[in-house]
Design a protein around this ligand. Structure first.
Ligand SMILES: [Cu+2]
Length: 151
């Protein structure tokens, strides 16, 4: 009986420890999705990604869009934003990598439902070494600087 209790307690403490943030090799902060204009079927997700070892982000999965791609943005001479698909993004150990408007971002293509301000969206990041990481991103409203996107 005591032995059973001990095993039970150690299982509980192990699962408690594995849930704590300090032990997680991947830290995601400020994850958000831009609220698309009504009827639009495309939007972008942004976040800050930090890992405890050198790794690479190699894929994105989500159930809110048919496709999710990693894109980079560059501004050309005419001030137009050009986006390019990336196969992976290096995440160096201990240095946060920012996915942000005007920079590297996650493109959500063929949205399968209308996203509204404050909705929560699940996005799964796939890392080359660390595997999968589920992220909850908050949808933020349309009060942002508009830029012309040239796909
Ligand atoms: Cu894009």
């Amino acid at each position: 009986m005591i032995r059973t209790l001990f095993i039970l307690l150690s299982i509980i403490s192990v699962s408690f420890v594995s849930c704590s943030n300090n032990n997680d090799p991947i830290t995601i902060s400020n994850a958000w999705v831009r609220e698309p204009p009504p009827g639009a079927s495309i939007t972008a997700a942004y976040m800050s990604i930090q890992t405890k070892a050198d790794d690479k982000l190699i894929g994105i999965e989500t159930n809110i869009a048919d496709k999710a791609e990693i894109h980079s943005s560059t501004v050309n001479d005419q001030g137009m934003v050009k986006m390019q698909m990336l196969n992976s993004v290096d995440i160096p150990s201990g240095k946060p990598v920012e996915f942000k408007p005007g920079g590297t971002h996650i493109m959500l293509i063929e949205l399968n439902r209308q996203l509204k301000n404050n909705d929560e969206v699940k996005i799964i990041l796939e890392f080359e070494k660390l595997g999968l990481k589920e992220v909850t991103a908050q949808v933020r409203g349309l009060d942002y600087k508009k830029k012309k996107h040239d796909h």
